[in-house]
Design a protein. Sequence first.
Length: 140
Amino acid sequence: MSVREAPIEVITRGERRRIWTPEQKRDIVMESLEPGGSPSAVARRHGIGSGLLYTWRRQMVEGQLKALPVPPSFVPVAALPDGGGTVAEGPTPQAASSAVLPDDTAARIEIVLPDGVTVRVGAAVEEAALRRVLAALGRR
């Protein structure tokens, strides 16, 4: 009498694994971080799983997936008197800009980073604390 073994099922993929460059990963992650965007929709648009996208996002936050370095640039800083006025835009959209803005009770400092993140702090902020915040944002 012969004993039959259970059949073995072999599953193969229809396509090979794609290899994404760090620049492509960064671009996809940055697209998924845009305001009002949906990470799942971005993943579908690029043909990747949402789990992979969230892995890349985590890697970027942890510094394993580096964003392209943006060379530092200097732009005019304007102190506005009480009552307002307008702040001149920086020379290029990618340039970092800073402006001192008035508030009802105390002066505020607004720093717009090259990736669009805006940091607003009181004028009396401790330099060391501000450096730590900016360093953490630079590692994203």
